[in-house]
Write a protein that binds this ligand. Structure first.
Ligand code: COA
Length: 349
């Protein structure tokens, strides 16, 4: 028997404010047709002023703990590039609000690969016997760092959180994380960046006025590298699991762009039908993207117990990462705001 981290719970959270492509076309030089054709995105959700990343992280964390039928974990890892504050990390506050005060809690900043990086760190702690049970959250609110006048990034990104509970178990159990591939390429760090506000280019009235606190991305170059890196990374994990591509039932890749997802599937030799897609409804939610797609796919019954699943992420840094598992039997609570309003008798948008 080999000790392994096993996925035991899953939850997600979206903020209440829905933004359609038509809403963006009302205020920017863009159109529903351009956004749908180039990205596959139709809607995204953004937080209201006064809310922060931790609010979504707590909501997703609560749902993941309930899904795992537990109140206790002994590690909290939060993947985010939009922490509540530049300092300190957001994870300790999230842990405390979840009633988990006292446990080790820290952030991981690997942008859209953050969730897979966080899974790898938590799984390593479990494999070493340091941790018995971990809460791994991916949460981002890119609407807080996007230039409202930038039609490209505003069309792509949405806010969300997704979370899983990992517990110590055996490698041959459903839900066991079966291998990891992680990598980075700092030579191209400038392709996805917020130029100012760190130690290199400090926050000054000038940098704020010059909009250097906003997120920037060189989309076309990122597109190409995302396809290559996620394909290579997923292939590396398949070697570790000894699965052939024909044995993979679902690819849950970072939800950046429908054309990227289909290109990765083509490179791997997978049917487009095997690719989990929810970016049409939520956009690119950065570190939340993969757990949110998993939760959506479980709720929609496109991801089912026993499926062989490959997870693959790519993001700023540049960074990438993949893992694989046989899907376990986990329950997921509804998380779309509209659905919950209906569910709990509230007013439907
Ligand atoms: N509406 C209308 N036009 C837009 C637009 C929008 N929302 N966003 C960009 N454009 C324009 C550009 O300004 C450009 O105009 P120009 O030719 O007059 O200069 C034109 O569309 C083509 O831009 P380009 O960037 O070449 O388009 P593209 O087909 O590469 O699509 C992205 C742009 C951003 C959608 C695409 O490159 C992409 O998805 N990249 C990956 C992004 C990503 O996944 N980032 C996160 C990775 S973790």
């Amino acid at each position: 028997m080999t000790r392994a981290a096993v996925l035991a719970g899953l939850g997600a959270a979206l903020p209440p404010h829905l933004v359609t492509n038509a809403d963006l076309a009302d205020v920017l030089a863009t159109s529903d047709d351009w956004i749908r054709t180039r990205t596959g995105i139709a809607t995204r959700y953004v937080i209201e002023p006064g809310s922060a990343t931790s609010d979504l992280a707590v909501e997703a964390g609560q749902r993941a703990l309930a899904s795992a039928d537990t109140h206790r974990v002994d590690l909290v890892v939060l993947a985010t590039s939009t922490p509540d504050h530049p300092c300190p990390a957001t994870a300790p506050a999230v842990a405390w609000r979840l009633g988990l005060g006292g446990v080790p809690a820290f952030d991981i900043a690997a942008v859209c690969s953050g969730f897979v990086y966080a899974l790898a760190v938590a799984a390593g702690q479990i494999a070493l016997g340091i941790t018995q049970r971990a809460l791994v959250i991916g949460a981002d609110t890119f609407s807080t760092i996007i230039d409202p006048a930038d039609r490209t990034t505003r069309a792509i990104f949405g806010d969300a959180a997704g979370a899983v509970v990992l517990r110590a178990g055996e490698r041959d159990e459903p839900g066991a994380l079966l291998g990891f591939d992680l990598g980075s390429d700092g030579e191209h760090a400038d392709l996805i960046t917020v130029p100012a506000g760190g130690s290199r280019e400090r926050s000054t009235p000038h940098s704020v006025a010059a909009a250097k606190r906003y997120f920037t991305m060189q989309g076309r170059d990122v597109f190409y590298r995302a396809v290559v890196s996620m394909t290579e990374s997923a292939t590396s994990v398949l070697k570790q699991t000894n699965w052939s591509i024909d044995q993979v039932d679902r690819l849950v890749a970072h939800q950046a762009n429908l054309r990227i997802l289909h290109s990765v599937a083509d490179q791997l030799g997978m049917d487009h039908d095997s690719v989990v897609v929810n970016l049409d409804r939520v956009g690119n939610t950065v570190a939340a993207s993969i757990p949110l797609a998993l939760a959506d796919a479980v709720l929609g019954a496109t991801l089912r117990e026993g499926h062989r699943v490959v997870l693959s992420g790519f993001g700023g840094g540049l960074t990438w990462g993949s893992t694989a598992l046989r899907w376990p039997d986990v329950a997921v609570a509804p998380f779309y705001p509209e659905y919950q309003e209906k569910q709990y008798g509230g007013k439907t948008k």
